[in-house]
Design a binder for this molecule. Structure first.
Ligand code: FE
Length: 344
């Protein structure tokens, strides 16, 4: 009984705090995609508590939220649709019993609407994507925004920073893509490597067409990586150490423009880093002959046929793999051990 009285008193304190509700109305404009599901569908997907709060505009009891004490860096997203809503940097402790944030993660992410329930007027906040009820926003925030987004813990999911890292993509041509793929798959911070063709004239080329050397497409690997875990400069060290960037349109016995040494950059930063590495290698005379690697803007990538994907891992007994790729992997292990995934 005492507990109930405590919650009831807190509840009224909270409603009292809610009275000077800000006058924001649903004027936020957003171009994000929306999620529209029936009540039946939401019932299936959400727990009873989530459904009550997110879909029936319920409120969790104060000081009960599981995310109240979370201090880690990361992102808070809608528990119903996964829409990113708040950064941990916007979180503060208002001692009101619910989660407090001073701003949304991006303008327009959260929608507001007038809530006249409980005999008062407040500003309700809902997920801009799925319309899920989050809580209310008040004009008594302690930071420069002056806002306090008062949010039910149940309405949110926390994603630690480690899992929210963004990725970048770069495309390298350094001879046979079977080799390049096997090498870069093994680097920490690399999330995917896809073999394919880039830099040529025709769309959706086949391996046979590229093999003629007349399409100007190069055999390349498209690498998706996490810049916070591996720097582009480190990947370029691997790239230059494990193919010969001084032979024009040739890697060993593989001859033709399809085997040229090339870096396809997607932004100015990548271009800058690639050129800086080549300049440094040239200045330090890392290679006896001049580097012929081209640094070109990325235009298109065409994924190679399925049998080329993950080739080494599925065909390591094949003579080319044993004679050409295995020694490169040994060199990779020798030179870059600390940069390799532990399971490789
Ligand atoms: Fe949502």
């Amino acid at each position: 009984m005492k507990t109930n009285l405590f919650y009831i008193s807190i509840w009224f304190v909270w409603l009292g705090m809610a009275l000077p509700a800000c006058s924001q109305t649903s004027k936020n404009k957003t171009t994000m995609d929306t999620v529209n599901k029936s009540d039946q569908e939401w019932k299936k997907e959400l727990s009873a508590e989530q459904y009550y709060i997110l879909r029936e505009k319920g409120t969790e009891a104060p000081y009960t939220g599981k995310l109240l004490m979370v201090k880690d860096k990361g992102m808070y997203r809608c528990a119903a649709c996964g829409n990113p809503l708040f950064s941990s940097e916007a979180k503060f402790d208002s001692h009101c019993g619910w989660l407090s944030f001073d701003k949304e993660i991006k303008a327009g992410t959260i929608k507001t609407q007038v809530d006249k329930s409980h005999g008062m007027e407040r500003t309700e906040i809902i997920c801009g994507r799925c319309g899920g009820h989050l809580g209310h926003v008040f004009n008594d925030g302690p930071t420069e925004t002056g806002l306090r987004y008062c949010v039910n813990s149940v309405s949110l999911e926390f994603v630690p920073e480690k899992e929210t890292q963004t990725t970048d993509t770069i495309t390298f041509g350094g001879g046979c893509f079977w080799c390049m793929e096997a090498l870069f798959q093994r680097l920490k911070g690399v999330t995917s490597v896809t073999s394919g063709y880039s830099g040529g004239k025709i769309k959706n080329p086949t391996y046979e067409e590229v093999s003629t050397g007349t399409t100007n497409h190069a055999e390349v690997v498209q690498i998706v990586y996490k810049p916070k875990e591996i720097k582009l400069a480190d990947m370029l060290d691997v790239f230059f150490a494990l193919h010969d960037p001084t032979t024009l349109n040739r890697q060993g016995n593989d001859v033709g423009t399809q085997y040229r040494s090339v870096i396809f950059y997607r932004n100015e930063k990548q271009k800058e880093v690639a050129e800086e590495v080549i300049t440094r290698y040239t200045r330090e005379k890392v290679f006896e002959k001049p580097i012929v690697t081209k640094v070109e803007p990325f235009t298109a990538f065409y994924k190679a046929e399925d049998y080329h994907q993950n080739y080494y891992n599925g065909n390591s007994d094949q003579p080319y793999c044993r004679i050409v790729i295995m020694p490169k992997l040994r060199k990779l292990d020798h030179l870059f051990k600390s940069k390799l995934k532990s399971d490789k």
